[in-house]
Design a protein around this ligand. Structure first.
Ligand SMILES: C[S@@+](CC[C@H](N)C(=O)[O-])C[C@H]1O[C@@H](n2cnc3c(N)ncnc32)[C@H](O)[C@@H]1O
Length: 244
């Protein structure tokens, strides 16, 4: 058997062949530009290389930049609101896990009169936003938020997501604890008729909590906005019409 690579035909390339070649080169360049690759620098883990590559090629990340939103997550709330009509003009809105502030921007754009929020990370000021840098799981956090609100809010939003440890059970427990705390807070503070939205993960809301939410709200649904990454286990729970 002949393992040698096939010989290229010899001779100078014709004009037509040169043309075809340069057309192919520019197509290859365009493809390269559309899909940006990130070199693995020394010290950069493969995981963060893939994350960076996905960020650079994500149309929602690009669109968020163009439209001046602080996060691609902004589009998730926009979509949920289009479908479920959650935020109305002059609403008082709570945003749990607000950083970097994409949902705050959308809620205000939709006409909220104020967004009171919390995050362990700092959130750059937005006019109309009142965000405290604090751990929502701190036992004094609910009272702190209530004092910032001054009255019952119309909508409670939670996009809280714990940093994952890679240990499946620990991550699951941390996530469930955040969802439960957000739901408990919402049912404690919401105005009758108010709405609650929370990020939940794989498998939806835990059975006991889901039952309680169905008892206390007129309408409960799980939703996966298009802007939520397909491979991500995140979905959202939308609960409308708080019965008080
Ligand atoms: C997916 S991000 C929220 C993105 C936000 N909705 C936006 O549009 O910009 C989740 C946030 O939850 C916050 N978070 C997680 N655990 C928290 C906790 N215990 N207390 C407060 N914030 C927390 C994280 O710091 C992170 O900023």
């Amino acid at each position: 058997m002949n393992d040698r690579p096939k010989r290229m035909s010899g001779g100078k390339p014709t004009e037509a062949r040169r043309g075809r070649k340069s057309q192919k080169e520019s197509k290859d360049n365009a493809t390269r530009l559309m899909h940006q690759k990130v070199k693995t620098a020394r010290g950069r883990k493969i995981g963060s290389k893939l994350w960076l590559e996905r960020q650079l090629n994500d149309p929602y990340v690009k669109e968020a930049k163009i439209q001046g939103y602080r996060s691609r997550a902004a589009f998730k709330l926009k979509e949920l609101n289009e479908k479920y009509k959650l935020i109305r003009r002059d609403d008082l809105v709570v945003d749990l896990g607000a950083a970097p502030g994409g949902w705050v921007q959308i809620a205000l754009e939709l006409g909220a009169r104020e967004v009171v929020g919390i995050d362990i990370l700092p959130v750059e000021h937005v006019a109309g936003g009142n965000i405290i840098e604090m751990d929502f799981m701190d036992e004094s956090a609910p009272e702190k938020l209530k004092s910032m609100l001054g009255e019952a809010p119309d909508v409670v939003l939670s996009d809280l997501a714990a940093n994952t440890t890679g240990h499946k059970n620990t991550d699951h427990l941390k996530t469930v604890a955040l969802v439960e705390a957000a739901a408990e807070f919402a049912m404690d503070v919401l105005k009758p008729g108010g709405h609650f939205v929370t990020k939940v993960f794989q498998g939806g809301t835990e059975g006991k909590l889901l039952k309680e939410l169905k008892d206390r709200f007129e309408f409960v649904r799980h939703a996966k906005p298009k802007a939520s990454r397909k491979g991500s286990p995140e979905i959202y729970l939308v609960a409308k019409g708080f019965k008080g």
